[in-house]
Design a protein around this ligand. Structure first.
Ligand SMILES: NC(=O)c1ccc[n+]([C@@H]2O[C@H](COP(=O)([O-])OP(=O)(O)OC[C@H]3O[C@@H](n4cnc5c(N)ncnc54)[C@H](OP(=O)(O)O)[C@@H]3O)[C@@H](O)[C@H]2O)c1
Length: 265
């Protein structure tokens, strides 16, 4: 008599409807995970249908993570499976380009809700759930922007600096509970990210050579599976930049970022 098949592991990926998050969800699907895959737009369902072609069960959840009820809706979808969550990728995020004097305050406060508050909110559920199970892997997307001041995206960089230090702190706390936390720090990556941030009129526009989102996702996935603390997402030049940021003065990095991110007249 055949023994019953081992249950498939379950992963949650936020921001799975496009970009780096979609590629991460794809890697989970290839590796035999079922998915709770979230996004905000109608692309969420399309992405879920594509991912399901790889023989994985995908639960799409459309929710605005800049709102507490959106975060709760995502967590309810996980709980509704009645299954242990083996991996969670807290990846949804965005930037806003432009001069701080011109950018919209409500938009920036909403960015903080998404990039900072929702990460803490969702991590609270995920961490308690995984600690109670004595196992789990968490990947939190930060950015190379966490390692410098980011003028003309002045709110974005600090939001990712929060994410990075939050992830590193949580990693230390959750160690003794059998849960690993990994931080992904991509450099500029080919996704909708900069266009959505209104940065096409800067060096981050369509002409810029960017890292492949597939490569960045693979680096994040492997680092998470290997229980690593942190990984830079991108090519050798991106890794060299990350290394140089440890030694360069903040004022130098700020001036360099301003030249690249300042909208052209
Ligand atoms: N691309 C880069 O250069 C770069 C560099 C460093 C770090 N990162 C980080 O990587 C992460 C993923 O970005 P990406 O490059 O893959 O960008 P992307 O292609 O624009 O994808 C962003 C994802 O986040 C979701 N999202 C955005 N706002 C949301 C909201 N209010 N509620 C729920 N979901 C929301 C989007 O959903 P919908 O598409 O359905 O709206 C999408 O799935 C972000 O956290 C970003 O900070 C990106």
């Amino acid at each position: 008599m055949n023994s019953p098949a081992a249950p498939r592991p379950l992963a949650l990926v936020t921001g799975a409807s496009s970009g780096i998050g979609y590629e991460l969800a794809f890697l989970f699907a290839l590796n035999g995970y079922d998915l709770v895959a979230t996004g905000r737009s109608e692309k969420t369902e399309t992405a879920a249908t594509e991912l399901a072609r790889h023989g994985t069960d995908v639960i799409p959840v459309r929710a605005d993570l800049a709102r507490a009820d959106g975060v709760e809706a995502v967590w309810r979808a996980v709980e509704k499976t009645g299954r242990p969550l083996d991996a969670a990728v807290l990846n949804a995020g965005r930037s806003i380009g432009g001069a701080f004097l011109d950018t919209d305050l409500d938009d920036e406060l909403s960015l903080i809700e998404l990039n900072v508050t929702s990460v803490v909110h969702l991590a609270k559920h995920v961490a308690r759930h995984m600690a109670a199970n004595g196992k789990g892997r968490i990947l939190i997307t930060s950015s190379l922007s966490a390692t410098l001041p980011t003028p003309y995206e002045t709110v974005y960089g600090p939001s990712r600096a929060f994410t990075r230090m939050f992830a590193l702190g949580l990693r230390e706390e959750l160690k003794e509970h059998g849960v690993s936390v990994t931080t992904l720090m991509p450099g500029a990556t080919d996704s909708d990210f900069h266009a959505r941030a209104g940065m096409n009129n800067t060096d981050f526009g369509p002409g810029m050579k960017k890292n492949s989102r597939m490569d960045v996702a693979r680096q994040g996935f492997l680092a998470m599976m290997g229980g690593k603390a942190e990984v830079v997402g991108g090519d050798a030049a991106t890794r060299r930049t990350a290394l140089s940021h440890r030694f360069l003065p903040e004022s130098f990095k700020a001036a360099r970022h301003a030249r690249a991110a300042k909208p052209r007249p």
